[in-house]
Structure formats: C-alpha cells, structure tokens
Design a binder for this molecule. Structure first.
Ligand code: AMP
Length: 200
C-alpha cells in the first residue's frame, strides 16, 4: 500500500496556477519551477508543440485551438494523465492551463488519487480585464488575434471561473494580485508556497 501522499525526493508542492489568459501564469509557472526544481506543465504549450510536430494529437486539436475554444475533456485527460505519470512529476509540479473546467478539476483529483496524491494549493492570479487584453496583444501568439482573444476571455469567464468556487469549497484557493511586476507577483506566490515543509 502506498503511504499517504508520497512525495519523491527533490520535493516541492503540487500546485495549480490559474487565471484569465494573459494573467502571467506561464511566466510564474516557469519561475516557480526553477525555484522548486519541479516541472511546469503547461497544457497549452504541450498542445502547441503537438500541432507543430503534426502528431495525431496535434491534428486533432488544431482547429479547436485556432478558434479559441476548449479541447474536449477526454483528450485532455489522456494528455494530463500521461504527463503526471512521468518520473519528474512525482516530487511536485505546477499545472498551468489545466484544469480549465470543474469536470477537469474532478478528473485531476481522480488522476492524483490513482497515485495517492492530492493538490497542495490552487493559486488564482487576478488581473483586470483591460490589462489582460493589452498584455495578450503584446505577446503576439498565433491565437492572439483580437476576436480570438475575446473568445478565449469569454471561455474563461463561462467555463473556467466556476473553478473559483469549486476550489474555495475545498479550502485550496489562494488569490494573488497579478496586476504588479513579475517579481512582486512571484514574491506573493512564494509567500504562500514557501512556508511549507517541502522548502526545508
Ligand atoms: P493556453 O496556452 O493555456 O492559453 O492554451 C491555448 C489553447 O489550448 C486553449 O485556448 C485551448 O484551445 C487549448 N487548451 C489548453 N489547455 C486546455 C485544457 N485544459 N482544456 C481544454 N483546452 C485546453
């Protein structure tokens, strides 16, 4: 029988970072990954890489991604289950872009339970809407055209924001003010994560 919540050596927290497109979660995930020596797992990056490599997965998701809509849950379950089974994810991870909906959050709980693991924190990075749009436009990615940005923000509001109450109910939600410099946002998140036993 696996011991409760086993954490491999090189341990760090198991964290979900979420917030609207452009809130800076990708940047923060990278910084935290370095700090804790744990992987930043960005489902959007994984899917974009699959499209560039034109794998079967990439071919299945390209049209949906280009429209700003969400890829279907079953496909995402496969992608995330496989990634979280990798050895480097056993000592903690930062999830960026997953879960995106309450059903995905339930699936994540199941995937982790299969490995006798649980999440430590869910960090919500809050940024006002007008700041989001200008940040996304400055980034200039393929799916960053104005009408697609609007669709992605709408998707976030409709499908992803319900995660706030989902994780509040579970006592996991931590909110940070993302309308600040990268270093200040990082300091807020580290203040939440760093105080725990895995930092020793
Ligand atoms: P991101 O880089 O996280 O903004 O993701 C870019 C695009 O990838 C999204 O607009 C979705 O089409 C797709 N995607 C990424 N993660 C997910 C997810 N967890 N569920 C559904 N679609 C996703």
């Amino acid at each position: 029988m696996a011991e409760d919540n086993p954490r491999a050596p090189g341990k760090g927290p198991r964290v979900v970072l979420f917030g609207a497109p452009g809130c800076g979660k990708g940047t923060q995930a990278e910084l935290l990954a370095k700090h804790f020596s744990i992987p930043a797992i960005a489902t959007g990056d994984m899917l974009r890489e699959a499209v560039v490599a034109w794998t079967e997965l990439g071919q299945r998701v390209k049209t949906v991604m280009d429209s700003g809509a969400l890829v279907d849950d079953e496909l995402m379950t496969e992608v995330v289950r496989e990634r979280l089974a990798e050895p480097d994810a056993q000592g903690g991870f930062l999830l960026d872009g997953y879960p995106r909906t309450p059903p995905q959050a339930e699936t994540l709980e199941e995937i982790l339970a299969e490995r006798s693991q649980t999440l430590d924190h869910v960090v919500l990075i809050q940024v006002p809407e007008q700041v989001l749009v200008s940040r996304i436009l400055a980034r200039g990615r393929d799916d960053d055209r104005v009408e697609i940005i609007r669709e992605r923000l709408e998707m976030y509001r409709k499908k992803t924001e319900p995660l706030i109450s989902y994780y509040k109910k579970r006592g996991l939600l931590r909110e940070v003010d993302g309308n600040q410099g990268i270093g200040d946002v990082n300091a807020q998140i580290l203040h939440i994560l760093d105080s725990e036993e895995w930092s020793s």
